[in-house]
Design a protein around this ligand. Structure first.
Ligand code: UFG
Length: 316
């Protein structure tokens, strides 16, 4: 298969590129390296900024020239806090970029797409496990751009687009050390970074209505998530957009993550309780019944493998 991956130099994109290449597909990445890392790329690559209006023609030509059959779209901004500070930038990048990509795909008659969506579309769901049928009420511009992205993709069924939108939960770990998440923006990489610098680790709130008072999330190994993209490709064909949660269905609290990291690293670092962070849902865990049933997908790894792989990558 000939596949175009946007954001192939990113943390998740590079894992998917590697799986695709390893199974003999032709892969080309477009990435402007604004947050991606060039060293991660082990496929053909084009430097292109999706939200730039000139990208439409370049993308259309590329899709036609390379006989692309499927696009996997990762290239986007993904920091919740930054999205609150710079909402216009998020809409320009994430929505503008997707609009240009869809325009090019329509012109080139490429009708298969896998889209990176996010559990952020749900906002603060008050349920044990969130399903794809629960309400989508994003509480920050980042989550809004992902939901609007899904709507744009739904609308593209008018010209025959067949899409799968994957709503990622808390992605962590590394499939290969060199593809690890290098930005310390999420709990596990933040903790590893703080250990390295000899700083204490902060727990944002210990008074939530959970067993130990800290927030619960569904941590999913990046390799399990990457596999879901490969499985998604097989589902493409009929026009429409199918959404799927991608999570393990198991929740871990911040304290449980800390305990696992202490165990794996053998370092008894200091932990400080800080105030709760604005907009944090106490609990966000996926129901993965739909993806399990329809793709036969199952998470192979749990928190211990996630932490182990992230720690090994940091050490290497
Ligand atoms: N946390 C701490 N201390 C820290 C950092 C985080 O206690 O130093 C806590 C947070 O308060 C939260 C949990 O760890 O309870 C996880 O926080 P992250 O920032 O790692 O992740 P979020 O759940 O806030 O958000 C992540 C992604 C978003 C995505 C969302 C969807 O970063 O892009 O999951 O579930 F939208």
């Amino acid at each position: 298969m000939n596949v175009l991956v946007t954001g192939g130099a990113g943390y998740i994109g590079s894992h998917v590129v590697r799986l695709l290449s390893e199974s003999g597909n032709y892969v080309i990445s477009v990435d402007d390296l604004s947050t991606g890392i060039g060293d991660r790329l082990d496929c053909e690559a084009v430097d292109l900024t999706l939200e730039d209006p000139t990208s439409i023609k370049r993308l259309t030509d590329l899709l036609v020239e390379k006989n692309i059959e499927v696009v996997i779209h990762f290239a986007a901004r993904k920091q919740v806090g930054e999205s609150v500070e710079k909402p216009e930038f998020y809409f320009q990048s994430n929505i503008g970029g997707l609009a240009n990509l869809l325009t090019a795909m329509r012109q080139a008659e490429v009708k298969k797409l896998v889209f990176s969506s996010s559990a952020a579309v749900y906002g603060m769901p008050d349920v044990e496990k969130v399903t794809e049928l629960d309400k989508t009420e994003p509480i920050n511009p980042y989550g809004q751009t992902k939901l609007v992205g899904e709507w744009m993709i739904n609308n593209a069924s008018v010209w025959g687009l067949s899409a799968v939108s994957l709503r990622y939960f808390n992605v962590a770990g590394a499939g290969w050390p060199e593809l690890a998440d290098k930005q310390a923006l999420n709990l596990i990489p933040i903790i590893l970074d703080r250990i390295e610098r000899g700083e204490s680790v902060l727990v944002f709130g210990d008074n939530y209505p959970t067993d130990d008072g800290s927030c619960i999330r569904d941590y999913i190994h990046v390799l399990d998530l990457a596999r879901a993209h490969i499985d998604a490709i097989d589902q493409l064909g009929e026009p429409g957009n199918q959404v799927y949660n991608v999570g393990t269905g198991e929740g871990s609290s911040v304290f449980e993550v800390i305990a696992e990291i202490k165990k794996v690293s053998g370092i008894d670092f200091d932990v400080e309780i800080a105030g709760p962070r604005a907009g944090d849902p106490p609990k966000l865990v996926a129901s993965n019944a739909k993806i399990s049933k329809e793709f036969g997908w199952k998470a192979e790894f749990g928190l211990s493998e996630i932490v182990n792989s992230a720690w090994k990558a940091k050490e290497s």
